[in-house]
Design a protein around this ligand. Structure first.
Ligand SMILES: C[S@@+](CC[C@H](N)C(=O)[O-])C[C@H]1O[C@@H](n2cnc3c(N)ncnc32)[C@H](O)[C@@H]1O
Length: 260
């Protein structure tokens, strides 16, 4: 276990890391939901946050900047080393623990966090059911779990737009939503499969938000041509995130689930 320490943090700084150009387009919907979850579970207090598979701290460091006590559990020592550098540069404290997300209760204790994040990880773990159960048991009663995972329909669109029509067709029939043997992503989700996973772990699933519905379809030059275009695309993503047809087409699906 390693721990990085920095200067004391302000209670409510602006969300600097989430506010920059293309990063903002890609993460605006997720931050919107995470901020609302924090308001619900924290109500302005500093709370315990665990980021399972938190990698280099793209979410963990801004959350520490907001004043929360953040622990990242990740299987990769290299990612944790990069997290330590990022936290030090930001002048915040983030605890870094090497381990498997499926072992969270053994690593950190059951009921040890108010908010547990698991972003872009369920696609890669050995056993998504077991990992979701571990997330559920690590959050305190009344707390929430933020799960972000790859959406399967989006990859069919992206492969077709790139001219890989056979790959796009395979995505539609493959049980894991993969486009072929060389697809680097082991599995993708639908709104229903992600929600079912949370329900099976004893959680109460909230609404699924679609993330990057349009952002990955428009040329980046258009999306980032100027501040006005970026703002308009962010507004479009926020407006479409819960649209019942459009959210299924999102590159990522974001589920906030609750422990009663
Ligand atoms: C695509 S990155 C996502 C990083 C971060 N959550 C984000 O959204 O920016 C996936 C991360 O999950 C980690 N990872 C993969 N399998 C894991 C597991 N079973 N337990 C813990 N971490 C895992 C990887 O090392 C990597 O840092």
């Amino acid at each position: 276990m390693t721990e990085t320490r920095g200067a004391a943090v302000a209670a409510q700084p602006g969300n600097k890391s989430a506010a920059r150009g293309s990063g903002r387009v890609r993460t605006a919907v997720v931050w919107d939901v995470v901020r609302a979850a924090l308001t619900a579970v924290a109500g302005g207090r500093a709370v315990d946050v665990i980021d399972a598979g938190g990698g280099t701290g793209g979410f963990a460091v801004p959350l520490a900047e907001l004043g929360h006590r953040v622990t990242v559990v990740d299987s990769s020592p290299d990612a944790l080393a990069a997290l330590e550098r990022r936290a030090a540069e930001a002048g915040v404290t983030v605890r870094a623990v090497q381990g498997d997300a499926a072992e969270l209760p053994d690593l950190l204790g059951s009921g040890s966090a108010d908010l547990v994040l698991c972003h872009n990880v369920l696609e890669y773990v050995d056993d998504p059911e077991r990992t979701m159960a571990a997330l559920a048991s690590t959050v305190r009663p009344g707390g929430s779990i933020s799960v972000l995972a790859a959406g399967r329909l989006a990859v069919a669109l992206h492969r077709a737009i790139a001219g890989h029509f056979d790959d796009a067709r395979r995505v539609l029939s493959d049980p894991a939503g993969r486009w072929g043997d060389r697809d680097p992503t082991p599995r993708r989700f639908t709104c229903a499969s992600l929600t079912d996973l949370a329900t099976a772990a004893g959680l109460r699933p909230g609404e699924v938000h679609g993330v990057r519905i349009f952002a990955d379809l428009v040329p980046s030059g258009l999306a980032e041509s100027d501040r006005e275009a970026t703002d308009a695309l962010v507004a479009l993503e926020l407006a479409a995130a819960t649209h019942p047809a459009l959210r299924d087409l999102a590159t990522q699906l974001h589920l906030l689930a609750h422990r009663a």
